[in-house]
Write a protein that binds this ligand. Sequence first.
Ligand SMILES: [Zn+2]
Length: 370
Amino acid sequence: MVNICNRCIMDETAINFFLDELGHCNYCNDFFKKNKESSNQKFNSESDLQKIIQYIKKSNNKYDCVVGISGGVDSSWVLVNAVKLGLKPLAVHMDNGWNSELAQNNIENLVKNLKVDLYTYVIDWNEYREMMNAFFKSNVIDIELLYDNAMYAVNYQIAKKFKCKFILIGHNKSTEGMDIPKDWNWFKYDKKQIYDIVKKNSNIKIKSFPSLGVFDYLRFRFLHKIKQISFLDYFNFNKDNALNELEKNYGYKRYPYKHYESIFTRFYQGYLLIKKFNVDKRKLHLSSLICTNQLTRSEALHKLNKTKYGYENESDLNNDIEYFLKKMNWSHSKLDEYLNRDRVSHKDYKSDTYLYDYLTYLYKLIKRQK
Ligand SMILES: [Zn+2]
């Protein structure tokens, strides 16, 4: 029997998981503690939002902000609200070759209906596939580090190119507010790690992959003064309401689970993570929804226990397995062999996370002294 929280649905498959005397886990306890702290700081979403909007609108450029879109509900909702509030966004999408057709249609419908320009960065597939193969070979957990890092890099590069000082992103407290267990992913600005994993597990030289390291980030943030804003935190973001409006007005079609806009993300979260790493991210996403009163605990448990993997039915899973094998040029036995190998820690590779943590610590120290 696995120990599970009686308020959210996190359980002991998460590292450092423990229950208090009420049966509440540290993950939801931390979530409520953080939320209380931010409301104690008299965070006033409405007036803060107006201030930010006025600030962004000061720009005389063709675009006053960049909105990174994936085709998922969060980033789509950012774009809708940016336009509603009179901003002039440039939508930026990074295509790594794994977009689902649904996501592609959602993006196209959205920018057409909102009359927003779309910049799509298409990544070199052959290079990207070899980088993915290197990550598989390394047996680290965060394969999506590749996509996420490249996406941040492209957002910053495009913001700089079009002289935008703001990047609006879909990350938000309402549906992603719960801290991810420390061993479920890796630091996303870690160019150093990407290069080290690829160097040690493949023969390719990285040529065109857009990547972001700690110093790149510092350059964009402090030299070019480009700021990333979690835009949805300024709204009373309710996922269901957002989805309903997106469907009604923007030809949007919903996905069965969060982050299923990319076929690889769907396969990675719905199968590889669960099977190889015993990590089921649905627990985290559904728990965030419970804590923000968007879902009851029994509804969440029902959703989770309906299927072993993150697929509504087995034929969908089998289709994705075949799709994955064909696209990666893998055999079934190669996949089985990968799934059976032991996990290797990201800490076994070079990393900038120590540098970043140190710089963040210094920054906070200096800020406090001021
Ligand atoms: Zn909990």
